[in-house]
Design a protein around this ligand. Structure first.
Ligand SMILES: [Zn+2]
Length: 182
C-alpha cells in the first residue's frame, strides 16, 4: 500500500499509531498529557493532526479523559465543535508549547492574530473567530451552556470540564476582550 510521503523529515519511529482503532505506523510524536510533557505517544500523520486539533480543547483534562474521548470519537460520538476552527486558534499556543515538535510545515505562525493569546484561546474555546462582538459571544456562550450544563449531562465528567472551560473563557472575554484590537 502506497504511503504518501509528504516530507523527508518523516522517519519511522518503530511505534504503531496510538489512536484507537488505527493500525498505521506512528511516526509523529506527541505528549501524553499536559501534566507530563516528556512522556510521549506516537501517531500516524492523520492522527497527529487530530491530536493537535484537540490539544486545546482538552486543556485541563487528564489523559484518561482524553483517551475516553478518542475512543468515543472512533465510535462516532463526536462533539459538535468545529474542530477545524479550534485548531486554528490553538495553533499559536501549540507552537509556543512545543516549538517545532510537530513540524513547521503546518506553518502555525501564519494563523497568528495580533490579539493577546488568552483572548485568542478564549475565543477558540467558544468556537468563535476574532473579531466577535460581545453580543455574539454571549449568544454563543448561551448555546454552549445549554449543551454542556452539568444539569443536563449528569455523570459526564467531560461535559462538566467543558462547561467550566467555556464559562472561564466567557468570563475572560467579558472582562478583557476588546473586539476592535487590530
Ligand atoms: Zn493513526
Amino acid at each position: 500500500m502506497a504511503r504518501r510521503k509528504k516530507s523527508e523529515e518523516v522517519q519511522s519511529s518503530g511505534h504503531p499509531c496510538n489512536w484507537g482503532g488505527c493500525s498505521n505506523p506512528g511516526n509523529f510524536r506527541a505528549p501524553r498529557s499536559r501534566q507530563n510533557l516528556q512522556d510521549y505517544q506516537w501517531f500516524c500523520e492523520a492522527h497527529i493532526a487530530e491530536f493537535n486539533k484537540k490539544w486545546n480543547y482538552f486543556e485541563g483534562m487528564d489523559s484518561d479523559a482524553i483517551y475516553a474521548f478518542q475512543h468515543d470519537a472512533t465510535t462516532g460520538h463526536r462533539p459538535t465543535w468545529r474542530m477545524d476552527q479550534m485548531h486554528r486558534h490553538s495553533a499559536a499556543k501549540l507552537e509556543e508549547a512545543f516549538g517545532k515538535m510537530f513540524g513547521d510545515r503546518q506553518s502555525y505562525a501564519a494563523y497568528a492574530k495580533p490579539i493577546p493569546a488568552r483572548d485568542k484561546d478564549a475565543l477558540a474555546v467558544l468556537d468563535l473567530n476574532h473579531p466577535s462582538d460581545k453580543g455574539a459571544i454571549k449568544a454563543q456562550y448561551r448555546e454552549l451552556v445549554k449543551k454542556y450544563h452539568p444539569d443536563v449531562n449528569k455523570g459526564n465528567p467531560n461535559a462538566e470540564e467543558v462547561f467550566k472551560r467555556i464559562t472561564r473563557a466567557y468570563q475572560h472575554l467579558m472582562a478583557h476582550y476588546v473586539e476592535s484590537s487590530t
